[in-house]
Unconditional design. Sequence first.
Length: 280
Amino acid sequence: MKPCRTMGALLCAALFTLSVQNADAGAWSQPRGHLYAKLSGISYSSDEIFDAMGKRAAMGIDEDRFDANQTFLYLEYGLFDRLTLVAKTSAGRLVAENYLVEMTTRGIGDADLGLKYQLVDKPLVLASSISLKLPTGYHEEYDPALGTGEIDLEFRLLAARSLYPLPLYVGAETGYRLRGGLFSNQIPYLFEAGASPHQRLFIKGYVDGVETLSKKRENAGLVGLAQVSEGDLTKMGLNAAFKIAGSLWIDLLWERTVTGENVGAGSSVGVGLAYAYAKD
């Protein structure tokens, strides 16, 4: 692990978590042999942070800002009717700058590999998941960094309820993230509500966040693309998907960090293509 150097700890704290970590299928598993894949391009920008007191403030005194343009790949594959393989990774360009200096990192981000098991399918859908974050793109000389350089292990419990015959559903997730190295463990959480008002349209809104348990001061300047080092955050977002043809969908995203500590106060916009393969 390495601290950010040139730009200072406030700019370091502006790195962010993107919604790619949210499982698109929620608590529902993929049937055996079925595949869901989404390739997304997401842009994030911020010149403000939520400081250690949770107050919105300028990122720095030298017109500091942080920008990222990334591509995310998310996959779900049904190994068995209740057991789903989940994988995700990213690549892109990160830029930390002010009027004195600009630092750019290009490369591959962390990779996540996990399993989701559907415990109950009605009336309430319940599932458990386990995932491992691997620092595939980390290098100690990268600044901004493409991860923390540590392996994380995460457990989650997912719940969802269809409101059929209304074309609506609600869902929630929580869990525990065991973080490698000196980083503090975390409690992630997610609440979402979605609707399918037409067979070619899906929309959802969500609240996504993480609570860091001890916030060790010695890690205040350590950062990563996949997770802010020692801070809390809560994001709100909107997601819409439109069916183009067959099993191909176009996916639109807007997301904003609304509260937090030691985290960037920026927004993300994205567009993606999603494909759902159903085995005969």
